[in-house]
Design a protein around this ligand. Structure first.
Ligand SMILES: Cc1ncc(COP(=O)(O)O)c(C=O)c1O
Length: 377
């Protein structure tokens, strides 16, 4: 068997054609025709008020932190089991991260621990929809309403996944997506911010355009543009938007293929779970996932490392993540963990992500499941 990489970005056929069209248009900077096509496709399919493409998922979260008016000393509640950006976007504005434990079934923030972590300094809650499986958003939105807090969904994994039939990223005040090449839909590096609360739309346009009202100027609403607010260059270039549009117009096909691979893994590995050798993902009834990540949890760190080496020896590139944020020097400097860490570190030591991408062939999926079975045999 040829080596099976962990990830390959999706190519659907129109990427080069659309990039050529972008080159031949009169605009390759942001907010040209392809950016507008991506944004309106996303707004329609997600039923979202306003979507703005950004240069990365990180940029979307950084915009969200500015929109949230984060100031030094503010506290932001989030899981420790997440990517660095979830924390850094808020820490960069002076916030302290208040980390809480995750649920062992979904690896998402444990909504039952949130209230105990709220203080008079708390400004926002940032749920991360791990693997495109939603956090308990009813509970989280209820807590936020009761305490007057903002909710920002880190939906980097969650595009076209749903919670109670509502698209992830559109449930809270603000949602953030990533189009990094490891995500279901990609353009290399890219992202999007979803402004569900209309009060943020005008300011978001300014922050994204380096703190100027250039968007209004281009629409002919002002006769010159000037410095209005904080901001940075958060736009996605048209060349990337052209690539992204080719992926997005095949969104359903990509999602169906990924979910089919996910289900094949799940069914093939159930016997190992029944024998108590591994734990498999749990999808709560309220969630429709998007096939972003297939993970399993081994019984110990030692078995996890042995299994990763065994897969590598058999030409299969599987990976683990995340190193808990609270357990790093930066985490200790800019954050605190409230309550006991029952599942965060343990999950990070037991988890393995299997290859899952649009171009993965069914014989490769079978080979991967057989290799897992032979390890446990
Ligand atoms: C949970 C989470 N949030 C944010 C990001 C940042 O996205 P990007 O890489 O597009 O900046 C990632 C990226 O992998 C992520 O996994």
């Amino acid at each position: 068997m040829q080596p099976i990489p962990f990830n390959q970005f999706a190519l659907t056929g129109n990427e080069i054609k659309y990039i050529e069209q972008a080159i031949h248009s009169d605009q390759i900077a942001g907010d040209g025709a392809f950016s507008k096509r991506c944004q309106s496709l996303l707004e329609n399919q997600l039923t979202a008020n306003k979507v703005l493409l950004t240069s990365s998922g990180t940029a979307a979260l950084e915009m969200a932190a500015i929109l949230a008016d984060i100031k030094p000393g503010d506290e932001v509640i989030m899981p420790s089991y997440t990517f660095v950006t979830t924390a850094n976007a808020f820490v960069s504005r002076g916030a302290t991260c208040v980390f809480i434990d995750i649920r062992p079934d979904t690896q998402n923030i444990n909504e039952q621990l949130i209230e105990a972590a709220i203080s008079e300094k708390t400004v926002a809650i940032v749920p991360v929809h791990y693997a495109g499986i939603s956090c308990d958003m009813n509970a989280i939105m209820g807590i936020a309403k009761k305490h007057g807090l903002l909710v920002i969904e880190d939906a980097a994994h969650g595009l076209f996944a749903n919670y109670n039939n509502q698209a992830l990223g559109t449930i809270a005040d603000i949602g953030c997506f990533s189009f990094h090449e490891t995500k279901n839909y990609s353009c290399g590096e890219g992202g999007a911010i979803v402004l569900n609360n209309k009060k943020f739309i005008e300011r978001a346009e300014i922050i994204r355009e380096k703190g100027t009202d250039r968007s209004k100027f281009f629409r002919g609403e002002v006769d010159k543009y000037s410095w209005q607010d904080l901001g940075s260059s958060f736009l996605m270039s048209e060349l990337q938007a052209a690539f992204l549009f080719a992926n997005l117009e095949q969104a359903e096909t990509i999602k169906l293929k990924r979910c089919a691979i996910w289900s094949t893994y799940f069914e093939a590995l159930r016997p190992l779970e029944k024998k108590g050798l591994i734990s498999l993902p749990v999808i709560p009834e309220s969630c429709e996932q998007n096939g972003h990540i297939f993970y399993l949890k081994t019984q110990s760190l030692e078995t996890r490392n042995q299994l990763l080496s065994y897969l590598k020896k058999n030409n299969i590139h599987a990976v683990f993540h995340y190193l808990p944020l609270h357990d790093t020097e930066m985490g200790r400097l800019h954050g605190k963990f409230i309550g006991a860490d029952q599942h965060t570190l343990e999950t990070s030591q037991r988890i393995i992500r299997l290859p899952l991408y649009f171009g993965l062939q069914s014989n490769e999926v079978d080979y991967i499941t057989q290799t897992l079975q032979s390890f446990y045999a």
